[in-house]
Design a protein around this ligand. Sequence first.
Ligand code: ADP
Ligand code: MG
Length: 682
Amino acid sequence: MNRELQQPVTAIKGIGEETGAALEEMGITTIEQLLMYAPYRYEDYERKDLAEVKHDEKVTVEGKVHSEPSLTYYTKKKSRLAFRLLAGRYLITVVCFNRPYLKEKIAMGDTITVIGKWDQHRQTITAYEIKLGPLPQAKEIEPVYSVRGSLTVKGMRRFIKLALTQYGAAIVDPLPLSIRRAYRLISKQEAIRAIHFPRSHEELRQARRRLVYEEFLLFQLKIHALRKVAREYSQGIAHSFSKEKLDAFIGQLPFSLTNAQRRVIAEILADMRSPYRMNRLLQGDVGSGKTVVAAVALYATVLSGYQGALMVPTEILAEQHARSLQQLFAATDVTVALLTSSVKGKKRREILEQLAAGDIDIMIGTHALIQEEVNFKRLGLVITDEQHRFGVEQRRILREKGQSPDVLMMTATPIPRTLAITAFGEMDVSVIDEMPAGRKKVQTYWVKHHMFERVLDFIEKEIQKGRQAYVICPLIEESEKLDVQNAIDVHSMLTHYYRGKYNIGLMHGRLSAEEKEAVMKAFSENRVQVLVSTTVVEVGVNVPNATVMVIYDAERFGLAQLHQLRGRVGRGDEQSYCILIADPKSEVGKERMRIMTETTDGFVLSEKDLELRGPGDFFGTKQSGMPEFQFGDIVHDYRILEVARSDAAKLIESKAFWHDEPYQCLRLYLQESGVLDGEKLD
Ligand code: ADP
Ligand code: MG
């Protein structure tokens, strides 16, 4: 943007030192920042016929007070004021909480304006605000800013108005006219004015549309430029391997690959052959067969004379992967080894030596792999499973154990497309969107807590058929605050209920690695029929004979997590069941249980989860690298996001973008955000 706008806010006539300091406390120092400080909502005085207003919607009505207001006190501070209001053709009730002083100000026959929530069934408005006098005519929509300290919303309106009148003309539009014309976008000047002081809802909509597009386009340009730099300037490994040998390996697998597996393998191998460093995210629902895809990629790096590493978040999973890869590679001369923190002493030293000497081809392990003592001879491919469990830093350390190795990140958390193209925009994405043939869908039921005994009887029937069950509890220790069921309690309850007829195992994070392994081993050999566990079994555990997954207090889990847990069953040939025990109180909670019973499609669930929880919460952690947008909302504005993304991709690849005058502003933006060092991409 313009230099003029980079001046401090105090350059504005009418804003003094004191206001300047108050604004600075809110992170607003320049005129530009003040202009871009968007309202978080609007006070809406638009007239609407009450018949058009939906239940629970916000409404503004003007009317005549039709009854003497009556005031009731519940406690000293809590009160309720109620009166009748004749609003046009409607005689309704208005209630207003904790503002007793209004009683003296409102009298029968007065014309007032009420802003509040409309309860259609009770024909009542619960007022947020009551203005004495008729509906204001001039300004129908007023901006409301979040303010702190000595600043007020009114003051904020005034300062922004001053900024607009004195400096509005200095706002430069970074979007070339061609783009604005193509989408009929209003100018940036116009949009900034209208986002603060819209004259109509339509104007506000246009202002938002324009600003959201710009915000998304800039973001996507950055991502695509980064990718271009990464592609064209990275010194990766150009793997070379014999296609015949790979095909032979695929041919001797105990099953034939699904089309989706073939497709993603082709994508991965193409990346590996190219001299660019692969940076690819492999998404595939639970059970879609990612392990064998990883195995093919690992084999390719070994054939090409390199070593491969597979890092997973838990020991159980590491051991399991080691077993399955050893099986898959049994017919080859590939050597597979396992490294976790439980591998100690002489064994550990041997493994580390062999790895450094290049005698181990494929190293599987937990975080143990990123320790300093671990050295590869020629690391060519790094794979992480359940990548969201690892921080950016951990992945970097592993990667740097080789010279620009190719990187493949696998995840069974289906990432909604909108998130994939924002949070993971700089990666390439492969998706396994097909399950191996013959899989039965897991039947899912939602029951209330009082039906627990019937659930236990159901489990018993399955056990008598030779099957096994998981019972998942949210926490291992009693916590009064959360009032959640304790896994230890559930374990003793089940032991008691089945009167020693079956073996009930207990698994939680407080057990030592040996204890965990012993329990898992017993369960996988059916020496334990019911495994009571916390969510430590969430990822990757594979016991095909288990057909029942009971999840206690299911409302405490996110949809993605429930889906992961459900993925522990349905891995064999038998029909499997997932039983959610939950008494959710909120509508959202009930909706989540319902949706679980309705679909087993991880992508549908993840889209829904995103909708219900919002992007910030989706990964459960703030470290997920989700960008925060000022105007855009990736869920609601996903169409604009898609358009901006494809525009950005085209722009970055076009000559005009890098040379022509109308794009100068956008180029400048990329330079300023540090993506480009000027000439590199010309
Ligand atoms: P995930 O994607 O959850 O990691 P896995 O790789 O563990 O899934 O695969 C789940 C199961 O499906 C394994 O037992 C695996 O051997 C089997 N499997 C994988 N691919 C196929 C296929 N194309 N046909 C049949 N079974 C397959
Ligand atoms: Mg897996």
